[in-house]
Write a protein that binds this ligand. Structure first.
Ligand code: HEC
Ligand code: HEC
Length: 280
């Protein structure tokens, strides 16, 4: 409740709108003021199209994957689980982002090499590729660029530099054919850069479409009345000023990230993690 009260205060003042493009803030204020939400009766009737329009369904890319992309996904998957990409050979991406457990550990600071703890909480990797930027402060543009960070970070996988990662990968014989298939026609396919690209391709498939997406795609009966009420409340409270589809998000939230504020997470990830959003 404290969070909601704080948010409402925040939204009620001009303090918030300075972080958001005027026309975006205006549109949301209009949505709230005109009572697009409140006017609708609760109890199973459809959501106002003006609310629905603000969301985009999470769907896999329409185009089928090429042989090369399939090989990249496969290589990315192997790399993701490989602890040999850490200095102590016991930490993999999956140590801090366990795919069998919502893609994030449940501790406040995940343990890296020699049990070292970094300064921040590990976000989930599920759906992360659809964020407009990576990391809490948005310092990496996409998952491919992001993937190199943890391998080199002293408190995470501790590999020092890219050339060292490349030499470790080259020393593992089994990787040669996997890299060759994923990066055909390259002279030296086994490299740190290609490893990052393959991990990124793998992560782009880590999506969790839900009944909400089926609703957005037209299955109007798929949500319960209570869930529709939740969507109305979400819109009515102004949550989608910050939590919304990627394209609109990029425009408004990029500024916030640039000022050192946190990048709004996808609320799709919110179900499995232990966290205290907005309260830190
Ligand atoms: C020691 C724990 C640890 C390991 C190992 C680790 N990560 Fe992370 N990861 C984190 C933390 C902590 C953050 C947030 C850091 C920040 O924002 O500064 C993060 C952030 C991310 C993000 C950004 C997600 C988002 O929504 O912004 C992605 C993607 C990611 N990691 C993928 C990976 C991949 C791929 C690997 C393996 C190459 C990896 N991580 C290894 C702890 C870890
Ligand atoms: C002013 C922008 C803003 C508004 C408005 C906002 N959020 Fe957030 N939200 C964020 C940011 C930034 C984060 C990530 C940092 C944090 O957790 O504090 C976040 C994180 C979250 C998370 C955690 C996601 C995760 O996986 O860690 C949830 C859940 C969430 N918000 C729900 C809501 C709800 C529900 C509302 C409306 C009542 C709302 N937010 C309104 C910016 C906002």
């Amino acid at each position: 409740m404290r969070t909601v009260a704080a948010l409402l205060t925040l939204l009620g003042t001009t303090g918030c709108s300075s972080d958001i493009e005027p026309e975006e803030a205006q549109a949301t204020r209009t949505l709230i003021r005109e009572g697009a939400v409140a006017r609708e009766k609760a109890g199973g009737n459809e959501l106002n199209p003006r609310i629905v329009r603000r969301f985009r369904p999470l769907a896999p890319p329409a185009r089928a994957m090429s042989k090369m992309d399939e090989a990249r996904v496969e290589l990315g998957r192997v790399l993701y689980y490989d602890p040999r990409l850490s200095r102590t050979k016991d930490v993999s991406c999956n140590s801090c982002h366990p795919l069998a457990d919502y893609g994030a550990t449940h501790d406040s600071h995940s343990a890296g090499v020699e049990g070292k703890r970094g300064a921040r909480n590990a976000p989930s990797v599920y759906n992360a590729s659809r964020h407009f930027a990576q990391f809490w402060d948005g310092r990496a543009a996409n998952v491919e660029e992001q993937a190199g960070g943890p391998m080199l970070n002293a408190a995470e996988m501790g590999m020092g530099d890219g050339p060292h990662v490349t030499s470790v990968l080259r020393a593992i014989k089994g990787y040669a054919p996997l890299f060759a298939a994923a990066f055909p026609g390259r002279d030296d396919p086994v490299s740190f850069e290609n490893a990052c690209a393959a991990i990124g391709t793998f992560e782009r498939g880590l999506l969790t479409p839900s009944r909400w997406d089926r609703y957005l795609l037209g299955e109007k009966e798929i949500l319960t009345p209570q869930e529709k009420e939740g969507a109305r409340t979400f819109a009515n409270l102004g949550c989608l000023v910050c939590h919304r589809h990627r394209r609109a998000h990029r425009r408004s939230a990029a500024r916030e990230a640039g000022r050192g504020g946190a990048v709004a997470r996808s609320i799709r990830q919110g179900s499995g993690r232990r966290h205290a959003p907005h309260d830190r």
